[in-house]
Design a protein around this ligand. Structure first.
Ligand code: FAD
Length: 194
């Protein structure tokens, strides 16, 4: 993730913007199979001031730029990888999104790599969505919210059923709490409804 505060507007941007890789199978082969950064990344660029002007000072822009990366592997050193990949991303945006003048316009800059995400949120290997839910064995499912063999063990959050993202995470907490309630292993608090 790159978070950029820039000193001008880029009128060609909408609130949500994507620039895609030329060859998405190649991009995903690099990320998922080779565990390396794709040389030609798909980039999501969010320019929220387009919808809500107050998120940036007048005439300026607060940009959020997201690319796919592999989760942390032992051979990854983001201290070295980040500056190189930042350059790849800025060049891609200059080439494909008409953002040639982006870099000189940057006034404030923050970033978040898988290493940062792992360290800051204690997320396993910086993988924000937990274990993969694709493939033959997972069949599209995350781990269940309750494991009947382990009494009193419940899972809620983006790495559990039904999955990541705020709406799903709220549902996950709801399902886990509902299951806990049905299992009746915790006495109801006074005034509880249902
Ligand atoms: C950059 C980024 C952009 C995203 N954009 C979107 C979006 O636009 N829309 C959307 O719906 N979702 C988005 N998501 C996904 C969404 O943020 C996650 O799916 C969601 O936050 C997961 O919720 P959670 O409660 O499982 O985990 P978290 O939100 O990670 O919360 C877990 C908390 O537990 C704390 N913690 C961890 N270990 C311990 C411990 N041992 N002791 C005490 N505390 C601990 C962590 O510090 C953290 O505060 C985004 C995620 C990222 C990283």
């Amino acid at each position: 993730m790159l978070y950029l505060g820039v000193n001008r507007r880029f009128p060609q941007l909408s609130h949500h913007n994507f620039v895609f890789s030329e060859n998405s199978p190649e991009e995903f082969h690099a990320v998922y199979d080779q565990h390396r950064l794709a040389p030609d990344p798909t980039c999501y660029v969010c320019a929220p001031a387009r919808t809500e002007a107050a998120v940036a000072p007048p005439g300026r822009e607060a940009l959020y730029i997201l690319v796919h990366t592999p989760y942390l592997r032992p051979e990854h050193d983001w201290k070295k990888m980040f500056p190189e990949y930042r350059r790849v991303i800025l060049e891609k945006l200059a080439r494909t999104a008409g953002l040639e003048d982006l870099e000189p316009a940057i006034e404030v800059e923050r970033h978040l790599t898988p290493e940062d995400i792992g360290a800051r949120y204690a997320v396993w290997n910086g993988a924000i969505y937990g274990i993969a839910s694709h493939g033959r064995l997972q069949g599209g499912f995350k781990p269940a919210n309750h494991e009947p063999k382990l009494k009193g063990f419940y899972l809620a959050g983006g790495a559990a059923h039904p999955g990541p993202g705020m709406p799903m995470v709220l549902m996950s907490g709801w399902i886990a709490a509902d299951r806990l309630d049905r299992d009746q292993i915790v006495p109801k608090t006074q005034g509880a409804v249902g």
